[in-house]
Write a protein of this length. Structure first.
Length: 217
């Protein structure tokens, strides 16, 4: 299990406050609006050492996401990421695809949560980067508290393994995020947790100066 501190930088969005599609590293129930293109760039600083006592450098991730379904209550998006993780073997195969379909809050009834199913980290190197993660999520925004999200994921057991080489390809997805209008109308903060004793498992703290952030998966 890893811990990260993340700083999100909005590189390009049309419009400027494009609908976000994720939290920090884990997905969210947010989905890009139809034909809206978002290009993001993220940098992640590691806060823990590897087992050998060394610490890898920052992780960088960039890529576009575009809304592909012209409806308000059922939305879908697709895109890809170039992910550089400070590992030469992985960085030689940086391309990963993602997609998602879902419904926003209150689309079914007044108190219905937002729902989403999708996939991400669909890599191009068989048996190495094809993590092929699929997930389901539900989220609800509560007054003054912020948005609470919870779900579950599963992936390719041939790639997602623990430090002993055993299959570790599933886990929970939990997050909290909130616009911190009391401090600044542009400040957004989040805490997220991804379970699993694999390279995806992490606890992450993050913030953005553009309100709810636009993300990858």
């Amino acid at each position: 299990m890893r811990t990260f501190i993340a700083l999100s930088i909005l590189a390009l969005a049309a419009p400027a406050r494009a609908t976000p599609s994720g939290q920090i590293l884990i997905p969210s129930t947010d989905i890009q609006a139809y034909k809206v293109l978002h290009l993001n760039f993220d940098a992640f600083l590691r806060t823990q050492d590897e087992n050998n006592g060394t610490r890898k450098g920052p992780m960088y991730m960039t890529g576009p996401t575009i809304g592909v379904m012209p409806y308000q209550d059922i939305r879908a998006e697709a895109g890809f990421d170039l992910m550089y993780q400070g590992d030469k073997a992985l960085d030689n195969n940086p391309l990963y695809f993602h997609g998602k379909v879902g419904t926003p809050e209150k689309s079914l009834h007044e108190w219905s949560p937002a729902l989403a199913i999708g996939g991400y980290n669909i890599g191009t190197k068989n048996g190495f980067t094809n993590q092929d993660v699929v997930y389901g999520l539900a989220a609800r925004t509560l007054p003054k508290v912020g948005r609470l999200s919870a779900g579950y994921y599963g992936g390719n057991g041939a790639v997602l393994r623990d430090e002993q080489g055993h299959t570790a390809n599933h886990g929970v997805l939990v997050s909290w995020d909130r616009a911190m209008a009391e401090i600044s109308k542009k400040l957004w903060c989040a805490v997220e947790y991804q379970g699993g004793q694999n390279l995806l498992g992490a606890t992450i703290l993050g913030f953005s100066r553009h309100g709810r952030r636009a993300r990858r998966r």
